[in-house]
Design a protein around this ligand. Structure first.
Ligand code: KIV
Length: 271
């Protein structure tokens, strides 16, 4: 595993210091091959638990395990040379107590080589965030739509459109900021509220379906390149459509195998 201390990767304090400056560019990655492609152009790579859906075909992020997050986190951290690598703590691995969260986070950091962890939840997670940050675990918070709570929320609807909910999400933002989060993801949350949060808290906000005025943006890589086609949230912009060239390549390969055109003389070894 690459020794994070020897690599000149962007650090969580450097991300925090970018508040109000040039927008912070973040993307998810789950594999070495994608990390190699995106690492030079992004500031932060999140090994998101969205891999439950994009890689493992699950219906939500609820079922992914710590071991799976560690396997993918290790592949990404081993490969990244530039970006700050953050790994998601999966559902059920941290909520019970700050001590449990620390044990999981320490294991994830030690076994992957990532620089920080992300966890979902606002004010109720503030004590946990404080517990982790004062013990050397940089924490990225995640508020607004928190997909691990899909069963409690009743779906993936936009958050913060109504006054009561907006006040609660603003309180979440302030609580995780004061607890020491080095950055705060705001997901699928009303634009005006996302701007207000960005103005009100010291930590940089990272928007996904939030506001162009957030301090940075994040998207799921599979959405960006058109690899995940089950559904497309409104907040996704497709910058490429990679499935057509892949399917075309596979069709050509299959045809060449069936007609004995592949392997050709260049692909085999002489006597
Ligand atoms: O799991 C994930 O990919 C995420 C991002 C969408 C922020 O949490």
């Amino acid at each position: 595993m690459a020794d994070a201390a020897q690599l000149k990767r962007v650090t969580p304090p450097e991300i925090r210091a970018r508040k109000g400056g040039e927008p912070i560019v973040c993307l998810t990655s789950y594999t070495a091959s994608i990390t190699r492609l995106i690492d030079p152009d992004v500031d932060l790579i999140l090994v998101g638990d969205s891999l439950a859906m994009t890689i493992y075909g699950m219906a939500s992020t609820v079922g992914i395990s710590v071991e799976t997050m560690i396997a993918h986190g290790r592949a990404v951290a081993r490969t990244a040379r530039h970006a700050c690598v953050v790994v998601d703590l999966p559902f059920g691995s941290y909520e019970e107590s700050p001590a449990m969260a620390f044990r999981t986070a320490a294991r994830v950091m030690a076994e992957t080589g990532c620089a920080a962890v992300k966890l979902e939840g606002g004010a109720p997670m503030a004590d946990t965030i404080r517990f982790l940050t004062v013990r050397g675990v940089p924490v990225m918070a995640h508020i607004g739509l928190t997909p691990q709570s899909v069963n409690a929320l009743g779906g993936y609807g936009v958050r913060g459109r109504h006054a009561d909910e907006a006040a609660a999400i603003l309180a979440d933002a302030i609580a995780v900021d004061q607890a020491g989060a080095f950055s705060v993801v705001i997901e699928k949350t009303a634009e005006r509220l996302s701007r207000t949060i960005t103005r009100r808290i010291a930590a940089p906000t990272i928007g996904i379906g939030a506001s162009v005025m957030c301090d940075g943006q994040i998207l799921v890589i599979d959405d960006v390149i058109g690899m995940f086609t089950e559904f497309r949230p409104k907040f996704v912009k497709r910058y490429a459509e990679v499935t057509n060239p892949i399917a075309a390549a596979v069709r050509t390969y299959a045809a060449e195998v069936r007609t004995r055109q592949f392997p050709g003389p260049d692909h085999v070894f002489g006597p």
